[in-house]
Write a protein that binds this ligand. Structure first.
Ligand SMILES: [Zn+2]
Length: 249
């Protein structure tokens, strides 16, 4: 396990702090945690089943820090543990703005595949589509270095299209400038390099924003009200199409 960090200095987390946090989160599912380096830890589980349960219920968070998990690799070298690449994380994504009468498992898979790979551990069911009025959801395996998306366009069966707003559950930090998880815009190397370039070439007029992604990716309360309303209006029987929603945004 590793404390996720893609920019700035990773927070030093002690074995005791992590162990206490995971005792609350994992309860009796694990046996012990050992610190290998500042940000890398081994977790030992009582059974294979407990281990799989913790692995598939990602993401795990301590405050705004997330943990990256990987199965133990016998070729792992503790001396170079900081170089070990934790490439993936499982994240549950909410997709807002889809009227109930247009929801389907195929549509959900299409949305999830636009961001990552649909998780084989998490079986998508009707519940994922209809348990909530405002959104549908599913779990994907995401590459840690890839930017997420704040919106995607979906095609409906009647050849209309709709714009869907995405929220990433329990991810503490996503850079609103580049879209990569586990750092903020202040620690964004892409943005900081642009600022450095700008000062070098004296292009003072070039404004570099702090935010290019919608804040709803980390805080669902920022999903525009009209997106949520469009879902509800359709739910109440209006024959509103996805393209009608798109044109109003
Ligand atoms: Zn960034």
């Amino acid at each position: 396990m590793k404390v996720a960090c893609t920019g700035g200095a990773p927070r030093n987390i002690s074995q005791t702090y992590l162990e206490q946090a995971m005792m609350r989160a994992w309860r009796n599912n694990f046996y012990a945690i050992f610190q290998v380096s500042n940000t890398v830890f081994f977790a030992h589980f009582r059974t294979q089943e407990d281990m799989v349960s913790v692995y598939t219920r990602q993401p795990w968070a301590m405050g705004t820090d997330n943990l990256l998990l990987d199965w133990f690799d016998p070729s792992f070298d503790p001396d170079s543990s900081d170089d070990y690449k934790f490439e993936h994380i499982f994240v549950t994504i909410r997709a807002y703005g889809i009227p109930r009468n247009r929801r389907s498992l195929g549509l959900l898979a299409d949305i999830l595949n636009q961001v990552g790979t649909v998780s084989e551990f998490h079986i998508m069911q009707e519940n994922n589509l209809f348990a909530r009025h405002d959104y549908i959801w599913g779990t994907v395996k995401l590459k840690v270095i890839n930017p997420v998306k704040d919106r995607v366009i979906v095609g409906y069966s009647d050849n209309t299209t709709g714009l869907v707003y995405l929220h990433y559950e329990k991810i503490g930090r996503i850079c609103l400038f580049c879209g990569v998880m586990f750092h903020n815009a202040e620690n964004c190397s892409i943005r900081n390099n642009l600022i450095a370039e700008r000062s070098k070439s004296k292009q003072e007029q070039l404004h570099i924003p702090t935010q290019r992604f919608g804040q709803w990716i980390i805080d669902e309360s920022y999903v525009p009200t009209k997106v949520i309303q469009s879902t509800r209006i359709a739910h109440q029987g209006s024959n509103q199409s996805g393209s009608a929603i798109l044109s109003r945004l």
